[in-house]
Design a protein around this ligand. Sequence first.
Ligand SMILES: [Zn+2]
Length: 215
Amino acid sequence: MSVSEKATIICSKCSAETDFVAWKSITTDTDPVFKEKVRAGELYQCICPKCGNVTIIEYDTLYNEVDKDLTIYFVTSDESYESAMELLKSDVEESEEEQSGVFRVVRSRAAFREKLLISDAGYDDRAIEILKLITATHVKEIQKISFDTALFDMQKGKYGFVFFEKGKPGIFIPMIEDMYKQVVTDFSPRYPVDEKDNLEVGLEWAINIVKDNQF
Ligand SMILES: [Zn+2]
């Protein structure tokens, strides 16, 4: 069962009051409607009924997509990060007998969306993060393009990576399927065996996996 909290939001443009429902915990087996909502980013949008102004409201969300065996905890503060890690660590322990399930903690809405997109595309986010790191190294050192963030995305029907600087999207590098397969072959033996070490699969995680390797 999904869990929600109500709040009253005052529009910054026209000062109208709106009832906003924050979905703190979502499970898609009882509430499949959220599969769409979460992908559309609707959970964090409060639309003013009077003037249409959109206010972004971020809050911690524990998202469980049962048919994919996927659990994502989106956290909005360091405090909630710590408690999310604790909670997911115990979830991992419980699920260890079945050896199934993906448990991830993400710290931004963009990363939340990215994890869903990777899962929907049928890729392993661990290999994607490593491939992103390799691609990012190339973009920075060979192409001499500066950026501060890279995200897995889809453009014109192709999966790849978008490179951002100060929130603005720049170059898109399509992903080469054979490279993805090569990354899986080369690096999957190095993935941490303990799933507790795979709760936060991002840049730092990828650096730790590849740091001893030469490219
Ligand atoms: Zn308004």
